[in-house]
Design a protein around this ligand. Sequence first.
Ligand code: NAD
Length: 351
Amino acid sequence: MSESSTARVSVHETHPSRVLAGPGARHRIPAEAERLGARRIVLVAAPSAAGAADELAQALGPRLAARFGRPAVHTPVAVTDEAMADVGRVRADCVVAVGGGSAVGLAKALSARTGMPQIAVPTTYAGSEVTPVLGETEHGVKTTRRDPAIAPGTVVYDPELTLTMPRELTLTSALNALAHAVEALWAPDATAVSDALATEAATGLLTALPVVLGDLGDLTGRARLQESAWLAGLCLAGTGMGLHHQLAHVLGGAYGLPHARLHALLLPHVMAFNLPAAPKAAARLGRITDGDPVAAVRRLAGAAGGPAGLGALGVPRDGLAGVAGQVAARPYPNPRPPEPAALLGLLEAAW
Ligand code: NAD
């Protein structure tokens, strides 16, 4: 059979995982640990999740063997080494992570080294908990690997744990999730499943975000954001990410920029760049936003507390051409050819 006759065949893979979602879901974690037969749990939690971690530690009782409280962004190998010392000392047989993508990333790294099962309890909208991907940094270089064994087997989504997110993190983290959905809509390997997930994710995020920004304590809105972030995470897991994620990877790596803020800032610019070459994504996002999706996302991204530009984040203007060159040289799927001059225009606008 010729290659051209199968060029329109799509491939959808599903990773097995058990997901508990809803207010109060965190109270089911001890039962989930029991289900896994865990006896010596290591609990990973960022300082921002200390309250939830204290509550969980108490509920786990003697099953809790160790706590590690210093996960870091982009999973530095040195931090994993440090946590591994605790894991070895207590002979841990399960890892529970409470926090954003940094805590979840550390749990993935510990599980990758030991094979122990993971329970991920995300407190942001990053989506890492449902992906089989681990990005790690060592000596300033970030490497990413993909393996079905890396994805946490159990995920617990409790929207009550997201109520502590401040306004800016709420906004930038939700736009980070929206970026997964938007890139899935224009991905060349999109399937009927990823289209459905991405459309529902974008609808939920764009509908609930203004509501939650108006009242950070709105639990119904928080639950919708979290569910949508779950779907967006599945988009990230299942489809090839394009220009947006490449730009974020190169800029984030070169200048050590905050993950969610960078995504939030770039998204409207990348949408303006790509949507004219991505009619299906443009039509779906146009229906969701009832008009101009770029303007709608730009309005949200500019909502109080959002970052003003790449310059304000600390990127020097004379570094933009180098970034454009690097991003143009990388191989990745994108609806519009990312030529260096056009990319420089995008970056100048985002600066
Ligand atoms: P993060 O986990 O670093 O959290 C950002 C900040 O917010 C931290 O200071 C954290 O303590 C705080 N925080 C988290 N939840 C909070 C809450 N509910 N209330 C108050 N403060 C809270 O950042 P992130 O954006 O969640 O995740 C980014 C990291 O995840 C990066 O390392 C990124 O590479 C990784 N990531 C990986 C994947 C993947 O599939 N491998 C996907 C997405 C993100």
